[in-house]
Design a protein around this ligand. Structure first.
Ligand code: CDP
Ligand code: CDP
Length: 224
C-alpha cells in the first residue's frame, strides 16, 4: 500500500487554499480538514452568546463545552456545531470580520491545534489554514504556502459573491481581506507565516488546475 502522507496548505484569505485542498484530497482519497471552519464555528457560537471576543477565559470556556465536527458532504465539507449544521452560517460577513479576533488567543489556539492533530494521527490528510505547516503538522511531508495579490484575492471573493447572488463591494472586500491578513500575520501566537520548509506558490495568475497540478507533483514525489 502507498504511504499515506500529510499535506499542509497555508496562506492568506482567498489564496485558493480550500478549493485546491479539497481537489487534492479527492484525488488522493484523503480526508480534507478546513481548520478555518473550526475558528469560524467557535466565533459564530461566541457571537450568538454575546461573548466578549477579547476575553480569552470566556472563549475557552465556550470552546471546552463545544463540539465541532467536519464531515464530508455532497457540496464539500459540512460543519456541525454541537450537532447542528452551520456550514453556511459560519461564512457570514459578521463571522468573517470577527474570526481573527477569536483566533489571536493562545488557549483557544492550543485547544484547536490539539483537535486538529487528532484528525491527522493516521496521515492521509490534507489540512488548510494559517499555521498548519508551522504548528499543527510540523512534520507534514508536503507543505505549501499559497499567495496571491490582495487585489486578485478580493476579486475572487467578489466573483464568488456575484455568482451566489449575494451583494458585494469589491473595495470593501479588499479592505476587509487586508485587515484580516494584518491581524493574522501580526498576532503573537502562531501567526500566518510560511514554514521554512514550505514551497511557496504565487497563484495570482495561475488557474486552480495549475495549482492542483503543482501540489499533486509534490505529493506524488513523497508518496513514491
Ligand atoms: O477562507 P478564508 O481564507 O477566508 O478564511 P478561513 O480559512 O476560513 O479562516 C478564517 C480565520 O480563522 C482566519 O482569518 C484566521 O484568523 C483564523 N485561522 C487561524 O488563525 N488559523 C488557522 N489554522 C485557520 C484559520
Ligand atoms: O480557502 P481560501 O480562502 O484560501 O480560498 P478559496 O475559498 O479556496 O478560493 C477563493 C476563490 O478563488 C474561489 O472562488 C476559487 O474558485 C478562486 N480561485 C481562483 O480563481 N484561482 C485559483 N488559482 C484558486 C482559487
Amino acid at each position: 500500500m502507498n504511504k499515506r502522507i500529510s499535506i499542509a496548505i497555508d496562506g492568506p484569505a482567498a489564496a485558493g487554499k480550500s478549493t485546491v485542498a479539497k481537489i487534492v484530497a479527492e484525488k488522493l482519497t484523503y480526508v480534507y480538514i478546513d481548520t478555518g471552519a473550526m475558528y469560524r464555528a467557535l466565533t459564530y457560537k461566541a457571537l450568538q452568546k454575546g461573548a466578549r471576543l477579547d476575553s480569552e477565559a470566556h472563549l475557552i470556556d465556550i470552546l471546552n463545552d463545544t463540539s465541532i465536527e467536519l464531515q464530508p458532504g455532497e457540496k464539500g465539507q459540512k460543519v456541525l456545531l454541537d450537532g447542528v449544521e452551520v456550514t453556511n452560517d459560519i461564512r457570514s460577513s459578521e463571522v468573517t470580520n470577527q474570526v481573527s479576533y477569536v483566533a489571536v488567543h493562545e488557549l483557544v489556539r492550543k485547544e484547536m491545534v490539539k483537535r486538529q492533530q487528532e484528525f491527522a494521527v493516521d496521515g492521509g490528510v490534507v489540512m488548510d489554514g494559517r499555521d498548519i505547516g508551522t504548528h499543527v503538522l510540523p512534520n507534514a511531508e508536503v507543505k505549501v504556502f499559497l499567495l496571491a495579490s490582495v487585489e486578485e484575492r478580493a476579486q475572487r471573493r467578489h466573483t464568488e459573491n456575484i455568482q451566489k447572488g449575494f451583494p458585494s463591494d469589491l473595495e470593501k472586500l479588499k479592505e476587509e481581506i487586508a485587515a484580516r491578513d494584518k491581524i493574522d500575520s501580526e498576532r503573537e501566537v502562531a501567526p500566518l507565516k510560511k514554514a521554512d520548509d514550505a514551497v511557496e506558490i504565487d497563484t495570482t495568475s495561475l488557474t486552480i488546475v495549475d495549482v492542483v497540478g503543482k501540489i499533486m507533483d509534490l505529493a506524488l514525489e513523497r508518496i513514491g
